[in-house]
Design a protein around this ligand. Structure first.
Ligand SMILES: NC(=O)c1ccc[n+]([C@@H]2O[C@H](COP(=O)([O-])OP(=O)(O)OC[C@H]3O[C@@H](n4cnc5c(N)ncnc54)[C@H](OP(=O)(O)O)[C@@H]3O)[C@@H](O)[C@H]2O)c1
Length: 254
């Protein structure tokens, strides 16, 4: 039973790992001994995060734009040049757009659905050879898709394309899980509530308090919460969990 919850020695790729929730996930993985690649468009941000996180382990910047299928394929090709296998793919990069129904634009629809849904499918497809190379009956490979509480229930914002893309991402995770289960690859989604990031700015104590009061657990999320859940899904302990959508929101969706 030793090592049941360990992820030490694994290799991970975290999209959007240079900031926000992706950085929190990468921080925990690196500290747990996972060789962690982080992907994003802004090279300077990625390199600064990789340098900071490398204080506790190995974190490598892999710049790329995932908003197009070709961009995702380029990232997968660059990864394949560096590593023969991938134990954990975290599809976290995402964007949000909201506008009143009458003003909602096609660009606001396409940019969100392309990155939050379409790119997740095609990046996973492009990295299947490396996921398959890591997966065996004894040790599964894991895909973790970062969805949202906004895909579980409707919040106050008029973010129609985000609601649709996240609900679809949760459902698509089940489709991928069913197809890849026999190949020892699990696919799960995490649906976060409030976590501090550019998407959910918490620069004022009053905002943190206001958000915390909306959460039954009376606080917002931390790196341990999101990174710990991702690490668990990659560990032997979670090998039998696939196709799940795990709410990670302190009870907010109840
Ligand atoms: N924070 C929350 O409370 C919350 C709640 C529920 C769900 N989520 C989900 O969590 C995920 C992360 O969100 P976040 O809050 O951490 O947002 P964030 O701070 O805005 O981070 C988004 C990350 O994605 C990267 N990214 C954006 N567009 C990209 C592209 N075209 N190609 C590659 N990378 C790209 C960004 O880096 P570059 O700009 O350098 O590319 C950035 O590192 C998203 O899927 C979001 O929907 C967040």
């Amino acid at each position: 039973m030793s090592g049941l919850l360990s992820v030490e020695g694994k290799t991970a790729l975290v999209t959007g790992g240079g900031s926000g929730i992706g950085q929190m996930i990468a921080q925990v993985l690196v500290a747990q001994g996972v060789r962690t690649y982080i992907v994003g468009r802004t090279r300077a941000t990625l390199e600064a995060t990789a340098a900071e996180l490398s204080a506790t382990g190995t974190c490598i910047a892999l710049p790329g734009d995932l908003s197009t299928v070709e961009g995702g394929r380029a990232v997968a090709a660059a990864f394949a040049q560096l590593e023969p296998k991938l134990d954990l793919l975290v599809n976290n990069a995402g964007t949000m757009y909201d506008a009143p129904i009458a003003d909602f634009t096609e660009e606001g629809w396409d940019s969100v659905v392309d990155l939050n849904l379409k790119s997740v499918f095609f990046l996973t497809q492009a990295l299947l050879p490396q996921l398959r190379a890591a997966a065996s009956a004894e040790t599964h490979a894991a895909v973790v898709n970062i969805g949202s509480i906004g895909g579980l229930r409707i919040g106050p914002k008029e973010n129609y394309s985000y609601q649709a893309a996240k609900a679809a991402l949760h459902h698509m995770s089940g489709g991928l899980a069913k197809r890849l289960a026999a190949e020892n690859i699990t696919v799960n989604a995490i649906a976060p509530g409030f976590f501090p990031s550019a998407l959910t700015p918490v620069d004022q104590p009053e905002i943190v308090e206001m958000m915390s009061n909306m959460v039954p657990r009376k606080r917002i999320g931390t790196p341990e919460d999101i990174g710990g859940t991702v690490a668990f899904l990659a560990s032997r302990a979670a090998s039998f969990i696939t196709g799940a959508v795990i709410p990670l929101e302190g009870g907010m969706a109840l």
